[in-house]
Design a protein around this ligand. Structure first.
Ligand code: PEP
Ligand code: CO
Length: 449
C-alpha cells in the first residue's frame, strides 16, 4: 500500500538539505530521465529478505555488520579492491557469527556510496575558497574551483559503477569465494601473522573444532550450500534525492514502491530533519531504512523519526544508527533507548563508532583512533545491556587495503605513518588488520554477554 500523500517526487515540496547547486537544472533533469529508464540495481524481493533479516536483529536473534567505504571513488575502482573489501567483511562476519551464536547479516557501504554530506559548503585552499567535495557522484575532489562544479553526468557513471560492483559481488558471494573453510583459513593466517593476533588463537581454534565436530557428525561440509554462499546486501546514504527518485520503481509483485538503487538506504545526521525532504522520500519506499543519530539528538526527535519512517511498527523496517563519540555514548544514548523502547518501536540499534570520533592529528590529517572506535562500541554494548535492549550491530568505515588512515590497532599506526598510505576519498577508514582486530574485540563483547 502507498504511504498516505506520498509519491516518489513528494520530497520536492520539502526543504532538502545538502543538495548540490547543479549549474544547469535542465541537464540535471535530463540525466534523471535517462536514469529512470535504466534497469533497477537491486530487486524488491531482496530488499524484503533484508527486512526479514533485520526483523531478526530487532528481536535479538541476529547481529548486523554494515561496513565499507566512507565514499566510493571513480578513480580507485578495481576488481581487487572490491574482492579485498568483501574478504575483510567475510572474515569479520565469521568471527562475529561464532561469538554471537546468531546469524550475522552482512550489509556493505558499497555499490552506490558516492555522495557525501559536508559540514561546510566550502573548503579553504591556500588563500582561496572553493566549493566542498560532495562525492564522486557530484563533483571531482581536485583542488580547483572548476573541479568542484557539480556535473550530473557523474550520476550516470555512479550508476554504472554500482552495477558492475554489484555484479562482481554477486559472483564472489555465490561462486565459491565466500566458502567458510577458506574464510577461516584467512583468519588463521591473520591470527598467526602477529604476536597480537595470537591473542585470538583461542577463538580461531574453537571455530576449527566446531567445523570438525560438524564433519564428525556426518554433515558433509562440502555439500552444504550455506557454507559456500553468503548474502551480501548493499547500502548507501540516500543523499542526492533526484538520483534516488529516478531509481524508485513499483514492484510488479506487490505493487509497492522500492528504491532500487540499493537494498538499504540511510539518512545522515545532517539530513534527518523530520519535516525535511530526505525523511519524506524514505518514508514512502518499502526498503529497510536507517537514520544516523548524533550526540545532540533528543528523545522527541528519535520518536518523531520512528513515527514518520515506521508508522506501522514493522520489525526490520527501521535501524537507528547512533554515532555519539566514545566520550559521550554512555550519557547520550540511554535516554534515546528508553524513549524508543517504552514507545514500543521495534527498531534495530546499530553503533557507528566512526563519525563521532573524528579529529585532526598533529600532522594535520583527519583521523580516528582505534581505541576510541572500540571504546564507543563497548559503551554502546554497556548501555544496551543496562537497558535490556539488544546491541544489534555495528556500522564501520573500512577497506581491505593496507592503508594508514586510522591510528592505533595491534600493529600500531602512528601519526607519523598517516602520510604513507592515506588514500580515502573522504573519511579515514580502518585497514584490513585494524578491521579484524576490531572484530575480535567485538567478539569478546558478544561473548561476555
Ligand atoms: C557517513 O556515514 O559517511 C556520514 C557522513 O555519516 P553522518 O551522516 O553520521 O555524519
Ligand atoms: Co564517513
Amino acid at each position: 500500500m502507498d504511504a498516505p500523500d506520498w509519491s516518489p517526487s513528494s520530497w520536492r515540496e520539502r526543504p532538502s538539505a545538502q543538495q548540490p547547486d547543479w549549474p544547469d537544472p535542465a541537464a540535471f533533469d535530463l540525466v534523471l530521465k535517462r536514469l529512470g529508464a535504466l534497469p533497477p540495481l537491486v530487486f524488491a524481493g531482496e530488499a524484503r529478505a533484508l527486512t526479514a533479516g533485520l526483523a531478526q536483529v530487532a528481536a535479538g536473534e541476529a547481529f548486523l555488520l554494515q561496513a565499507g567505504d566512507c565514499a566510493e571513488s571513480f578513480d580507485d575502482f578495481s576488481a581487487d579492491g572490491i574482492r579485498d573489501k568483501l574478504r575483510v567483511i567475510l572474515q569479520m562476519a565469521v568471527v562475529l557469527t561464532y561469538s554471537a551464536g546468531v546469524p550475522v547479516l552482512k550489509v556493505g557501504r558499497i555499490a552506490g556510496q558516492f555522495a557525501k554530506p559536508r559540514s561546510s559548503p566550502v573548503e579553504r585552499v591556500g588563500d582561496r575558497e572553493i566549493a566542498a567535495f560532495r562525492g564522486h557522484m557530484v563533483n571531482d575532489p581536485g583542488l580547483t574551483a572548476e573541479a568542484r562544479v557539480p556535473d550530473p553526468e557523474r550520476m550516470v557513471q555512479a550508476y554504472h559503477q554500482a552495477a558492475s560492483t554489484l555484479n562482481l559481488l554477486r559472483a564472489f558471494t555465490k561462486g565459491g569465494f565466500a566458502d567458510l573453510s577458506q574464510v577461516h583459513m584467512w583468519n588463521r593466517e591473520f591470527v598467526a601473522s602477529s604476536r597480537e593476533g595470537r591473542r585470538y588463537d583461542a577463538i580461531a581454534g574453537e571455530i576449527e573444532r566446531a567445523m570438525r565436530f560438524m564433519a564428525a557428525c556426518g554433515i558433509d561440509l562440502g555439500a552444504e550450500e550455506q557454507l559456500h554462499q553468503v548474502d551480501l546486501y548493499t547500502s548507501h546514504d540516500a543523499l542526492i534525492l533526484g538520483y534516488e527518485e529516478a531509481l524508485t520503481r513499483r514492484d510488479s509483485l506487490t505493487g509497492d514502491w522500492y528504491d532500487c538503487s540499493a537494498h538499504l538506504l540511510w539518512i545522515g545526521e545532517r539530513t534527518r530533519q523530520p519535516d525535511g525532504a530526505h525523511v519524506e522520500f524514505l518514508r514512502g519506499v518499502h526498503n529497510p531504512v536507517a537514520v544516523k543519530l548524533g550526540a545532540t539528538t533528543t528523545p522527541e526527535e528519535a520518536l518523531e523519526l520512528c513515527a514518520r519512517l515506521n508508522p506501522d511498527g514493522v520489525p526490520g523496517r527501521l535501524c537507528l544508527v547512533t554515532r555519539m563519540g566514545a566520550a559521550k555514548v554512555e550519557a547520550t544514548l540511554p535516554p534515546l533507548i528508553a524513549a524508543v523502547r517504552d514507545a514500543g518501536h521495534p527498531v534495530v540499534w546499530v553503533c557507528d563508532p566512526m563519525h563521532g570520533n573524528t579529529f585532526v592529528s598533529p600532522s594535520g590529517r583527519k583521523t580516528r583512533h582505534f581505541d576510541d572506535v572500540l571504546a564507543e562500541i563497548r559503551g554502546f554494548f554497556a548501555v544496551h545491556r543496562a537497558a535490556g535492549t539488544w546491541p544489534g550491530g555495528i556500522h564501520l568505515e573500512l577497506t581491505g587495503d593496507d592503508v594508514t588512515e586510522c591510528l592505533g590497532g595491534a600493529e600500531e599506526v602512528l601519526d607519523t605513518h598517516l602520510d604513507e598510505r592515506y588514500m580515502t576519498a573522504c573519511d579515514p577508514r580502518l585497514n584490513a588488520r585494524q578491521s579484524l582486530d576490531l572484530a575480535y574485540g567485538v567478539a569478546e563483547l558478544l561473548r561476555a554477554g
